[in-house]
Ligand binder design. Structure first.
Ligand SMILES: CC(C)(COP(=O)(O)OP(=O)(O)OC[C@H]1O[C@@H](n2cnc3c(N)ncnc32)[C@H](O)[C@@H]1OP(=O)(O)O)[C@@H](O)C(=O)NCCC(=O)NCCS
Length: 169
């Protein structure tokens, strides 16, 4: 772990969207980053769970997932899965534990609401992210055959919960 930085992790609010979008743009570039409007919507959408990390009152990281079937099967927790849409830590703050705490908050929250499996896409050349996800128990999963050619450059990683959610304990 690198330098120590004080930060807090909290739920993303609509008013955080502008700064969160700027962090994503720094990480993924103009074309790969989600737009501010997407993040604004995700902040209040009940199908999404989004969190930010704040350093000195400024957004330094953002992570969030979309819970599948959330609105259809609210009480059928065993069917739930979630797709991680964004994990982005401002490059100025990499290696300080922010990503770990933020992503822990996200997946713990998903587990708490009954999500049983989480999946995401990561570029095979993105070693820091792959190492990061591995530490959370994510594993490679082969892509479905129907995946379009250009998507084959992404690996799908999935985590199945190995522990019960609090409601089942
Ligand atoms: C991947 C990412 C979220 C990690 O966030 P972070 O705050 O730097 O991560 P942490 O400081 O909590 O590091 C936790 C662990 O991640 C792994 N990791 C992080 N950066 C790494 C790097 N450059 N090389 C190898 N492993 C790395 C390590 O296992 C590290 O543990 P260590 O500090 O004990 O070595 C961050 O690098 C990032 O935002 N990258 C750009 C956006 C991106 O690629 N997102 C994922 C898209 S799928």
């Amino acid at each position: 772990m690198g330098e120590t930085t004080q930060f807090i992790v909290r739920e993303m609010k609509t008013e955080d969207a502008k700064e969160a979008a700027a962090v994503c743009k720094k990480c993924f570039g103009k074309h790969g980053a989600p737009r501010r409007k997407f993040l604004e919507d995700a902040a209040w959408s009940w199908r999404h769970r989004f969190f930010v990390a704040e350093v000195d009152g400024k957004i330094a990281a953002c992570a969030g997932a979309r819970v599948a079937e959330f609105y259809e099967d609210y009480y059928e927790a065993e069917k739930k899965n979630a797709y991680v849409e964004i994990v982005a830590v401002d490059p100025n703050y990499h290696g300080r534990g922010i990503g770990t705490e933020l992503f822990t908050k996200l997946i713990d929250t998903l587990a708490d609401i009954g999500v049983k499996s989480v999946y995401l896409n990561v570029h095979p050349a993105n070693t820091p992210a792959i190492e990061f996800y591995k530490r959370f128990g994510f594993k490679y999963r082969s892509l479905p055959e129907e995946y379009p050619e250009q998507a084959a450059m992404y690996l799908m990683v999935e985590r199945q919960w190995t522990r019960n959610s609090p409601s089942e304990q």
